[in-house]
Design a protein around this ligand. Structure first.
Ligand SMILES: Cc1ncc(COP(=O)(O)O)c(C=O)c1O
Length: 417
């Protein structure tokens, strides 16, 4: 049976999938079952940080796979502790503790539990200090905690009763946030650079205000860096990229990661400052597969490669090259290009697209239409909302692949006029 047939018959139909199935990948390219090659500027939605099947990961998988794959968190796990050390000493450069899990949603569930437990320990159940404030257009995952935190109606519909205790405020709206944060607030949680919501950066002023309001009401400031973290913006911490050069300094109390953190190996994590990490003591939280020897070694191999081989510098250099090239195009279908590092969003000019008969006839959203047309020409991109097309290439993407992407994508856009 074909892959499409097998999928249709046996796999839960919860994803809208493109009619394409990949047989192998190497570096920045994927090959489908018919042998067609695609330039991959999706990388599993910001997951394959070093592209497909990089030697460092394959080697770590092979070697650790023959040594020790899994032991329970009943025991000390050296590989896990070394990965945590890297997060604290190299990524955060701030004292704290790290928890490991398997996905971004799970990491965010952990943050929610951390905030509530910390407030409970400090103020008692009667204080009702359990509200988590999140931002409109956010995306925090598909678990019950994740959809309660996500401020997009479409992910919540049909799943009542939702986990209570969440309040959503408009992103970057300082005055509304000021009114929302009270003594009942346990935490404010947002993505410093929103991904699924359309590549929307938090303003430095909003981040500073959130930190100030949290301090005033003894709430935690928590950042979801599941998509924008792990080097994607050209620094280990996305919020530091956004604050760079502004003179504003903001440091969160807790941060979550997944996606690129394991370069394609399923692992999530969160860091909590020493001030609040103690809230999750023995028996309060856990995960059977969190921080196994295999997962920890593989993730550390990816992160060390990023740290030691100029990958962060490459992210910044390629961002500059892409932004300069796109500005030179002055393309009528592109309203703007936003984002940081290699998390970039082409904001489409919907008016110009709507003048095209082929687009109107397609019945697709603008971003899905452009993504589908690019796919036909051998390039993978991904929508971020209805009007933004995302580029999320591997962080070590070479000049040649960036040049190829620029040329392919421009041809696609030209062909749509
Ligand atoms: C910012 C953010 N948080 C959380 C998640 C959920 O991660 P996962 O799919 O690994 O549960 C995502 C996934 O897209 C994300 O972009």
């Amino acid at each position: 049976m074909t892959t499409a047939g097998l999928t249709e018959q046996f796999v839960l139909g919860n994803y809208g999938r493109f009619p394409i199935s990949f047989a192998r990948g190497k570096g920045g390219y994927l090959w489908d079952e018919e042998g067609n090659r695609y330039l991959d500027f999706v990388t599993g939605i910001a997951v394959c940080a070093l592209g497909h099947c990089p030697e460092v990961m394959s080697k770590a998988l092979r070697e650790q796979g023959e040594k020790l794959i899994h032991v329970s968190n009943l025991y000390q796990i050296r590989e896990q502790a070394e990965l945590a050390e890297f997060v604290v000493e190299t990524m955060l450069k701030r004292p704290g503790k790290v928890f490991f899990c398997n996905s971004g949603a799970e990491a965010n569930d952990g943050l929610i539990k951390l905030a509530r437990k910390r407030a409970y320990d400090k103020y008692g159940a009667g204080a009702g200090k359990n509200i988590i404030i999140t931002c409109k257009q956010s995306f925090h995952g598909r678990t019950l905690g994740g959809i309660a935190a996500t401020a997009q109606e479409k992910v919540k519909i049909g799943f009542d009763p939702l986990l209570p205790g969440f309040l959503h405020v408009p992103f970057n709206d300082i005055e509304t946030l000021r009114e929302a944060v009270t003594d009942q607030t346990a935490a404010v949680l947002f993505e410093p650079l929103q991904g699924e919501g359309g590549i929307n950066p938090a303003t430095p002023e909003f981040m500073a205000a959130a930190a100030e309001f949290c301090r005033a009401h003894d709430a935690l400031l928590m950042f979801d860096e599941v998509q924008c973290g792990s080097g994607r913006t050209g620094d280990w911490c996305g919020w530091r990229t956004l604050l760079n050069g502004t003179g504003i300094e903001v440091e969160p109390d807790a941060v979550s990661w997944a996606k690129g953190f394991g370069g394609g190996f399923p692992i999530g994590s969160f860091w909590a400052s020493d001030e609040c990490a103690g809230a999750l003591g023995p028996g309060t939280h856990g995960s059977t597969f969190g921080g196994t020897p295999l997962g920890s070694v593989v993730a550390l191999s990816v992160l060390k490669e990023i740290e030691e081989n100029g990958v962060l510098e490459n992210v910044k250099r390629q961002e500059k090259r892409i932004k300069e090239a796109v500005a030179e195009w002055g393309h009528p279908l592109i309203e703007s290009l936003r984002g940081s590092g290699l998390m970039l969003g082409f904001v489409l000019n919907v008016g110009t697209l709507q003048e095209q008969e082929a687009f109107r006839a397609s019945g697709k959203t603008p971003s899905l239409y452009v993504v589908s047309e690019a796919m036909k020409k051998g390039m993978l991109t991904v929508p971020a909302g209805e009007t933004v097309v995302r580029w999320l290439p591997r962080l070590d993407v070479p000049d040649k692949e960036v040049d190829e992407a620029l040329s392919l994508f421009k041809n696609v856009l030209d062909s749509l006029l």
